[in-house]
Design a protein around this ligand. Structure first.
Ligand SMILES: [Zn+2]
Length: 161
């Protein structure tokens, strides 16, 4: 191979890789959720007080339309751990129904709707949205969506459909 071409390709490949991951991180995709699912997550978050609650959203065609409540095995107000058995059941049910795994959600009973350091550390699915329901202001629940890619937090719009 021509040495100049070789040098060029060595230079160009990392630039392309950086550009691609930048594009994925910066893209402006939104998470579409039905109003019933938003209400369902807020209801569960309120019922679960003072503990964090959690669950899984599934759907088709980019819209989250099915909600699975999953027990918080940690029974904590500041941590959650999806009960592994219930998580597996939910994911198998999604699969059986031909639905996509779209989001993992949990509540922050007394903290803002922003991923905690632990949420970032435990985010192993960059292709799945992380949804947080905050009851910091009890009368004004906040629901926010994120992607966490390579330990970095990328807020995403939620479109209620
Ligand atoms: Zn959290």
């Amino acid at each position: 191979m021509n040495p100049i071409l070789l040098i060029l390709s060595i230079l160009i490949i990392p630039v392309l890789l950086i550009f691609c991951s930048f594009g994925r991180a910066m893209n402006t995709e939104s998470l579409k959720i039905t109003a019933a699912i938003i209400e369902g997550m807020i209801r569960q978050a309120r019922e679960g007080l003072p503990l964090e609650i959690c669950g899984i959203l599934g759907g088709k065609g980019g819209t989250a339309s099915v909600l699975y409540r999953v027990a918080n095995a940690e029974s904590s107000g500041v941590h959650f751990l999806m009960d592994p058995r219930e998580q597996l059941d939910a994911m198998e049910d999604l699969d059986a129904k031909g639905l996509d795994l779209m989001a993992f959600y949990h509540s922050h009973p007394a903290n803002p709707a922003w991923p905690s350091a632990e949420d970032v550390r435990l985010a192993f699915y960059p292709e799945v949205f992380i949804v947080i329901v905050s009851l910091l202001k009890p009368d004004e629940p906040e629901v926010k969506a994120f992607r966490i890619i390579d330990k970095k937090i990328f807020p995403r719009e939620i479109a209620v459909v």
